[in-house]
Design a protein around this ligand. Sequence first.
Ligand code: SAM
Ligand code: DTB
Ligand code: SF4
Length: 332
Amino acid sequence: MSTIRHDWSKEEISALFELPFNDLLFRAQSVHREHFDPNQVQVSTLLSIKTGACPEDCGYCSQSAKNDAEVERERLLPLEEVIAKAKEARDNGASRFCMGAAWRNPTDTNLNRVIDMIVAVKNLGLETCVTLGMLTKEQTLRLKEAGLDYYNHNLDTSPEYYGDIITTRTYDDRLDTLKHVREANINVCSGGILGMGEQRGDRVSLLQQLANLPQHPESVPINMLVQVEGTPLHGVDSIEPLEFVRSIAVARILMPQSYVRLSAGRTEMSDETQALCFLAGANSIFYGDRLLTTDNPDENHDQQLFRKLGLSSMQVAPPAEATIKTGCACSG
Ligand code: SAM
Ligand code: DTB
Ligand code: SF4
């Protein structure tokens, strides 16, 4: 039986990365089966509720005002529009609706409007997740009171590589926000981005940071960089698919009870790579044609992939009638 640890050393994590591929995947899949149904995948849908003109300088991001990417700026969406998108996501089989805003941190006025969205989306029978940037302790308490289920705030990369990617906020700022979220008793969603030109040592170090938090994040999104023209990271060497799969497997072994999300970057992955990620213990995806500002695989393609792999979507929120409609035996 795998134990839940918070004291992983870099050497131990590196040794996992270095295992022969079959041994690593066997171990990850064994850990996965101790805690989860291996054929069930949690399905979330994303919506950008406020797009672009962000004051931060994240080198990967299309939404930074400091980058030259062409994104259409949008003010905070009206509540009715958010409700319509959430209904659509629910009817398409999502169990969680994640709303993202291009802010360094929300003002209290903005937070009031997001709280209205959270309440309305929960009333549809969906789990809620928001990602709004840094939060104070008071703000996390207000979000908890509103019934928020998950807060997403990524560490993005290793502490060592971080300064090469973002300069407008520190690693410790991120850890502080995660601490506030945890203390407010909101589920933590935190992970990172691979394929930003980091070394394997950085992947080891990022996963060590996540696994050695006092409590593992309930959800761990592992994004593969979506290279956006006009961002400093456009054109960086991409990560090899098998190294990405290894990283998923190591995340699964380090955080046995967490949902590991095969997150951004799936449009660049073959079905075979995604299948290996599921074998390595990924058990959550973003579903729907759009992420925040970039494309996600189209819904038909994902339905086919689920059918080919015999996967079904997990029903966390009972009132959502639909599962991903594959027209086959993949009913969750
Ligand atoms: N502004 C808030 C923040 O950064 O905390 C929330 C929204 S931000 C877009 C959420 C996360 O999306 C980032 O932390 C990053 O991990 C991920 N992300 C953004 N752009 C990405 C890209 N081009 N490829 C992969 N992941 C990306
Ligand atoms: C996460 O880890 N990945 C999502 C979500 N959390 C908010 C965002 C991915 C964004 C990909 C680039 C874009 O669409 O702008
Ligand atoms: Fe802003 Fe978030 Fe993009 Fe960074 S990742 S530039 S904080 S929207």
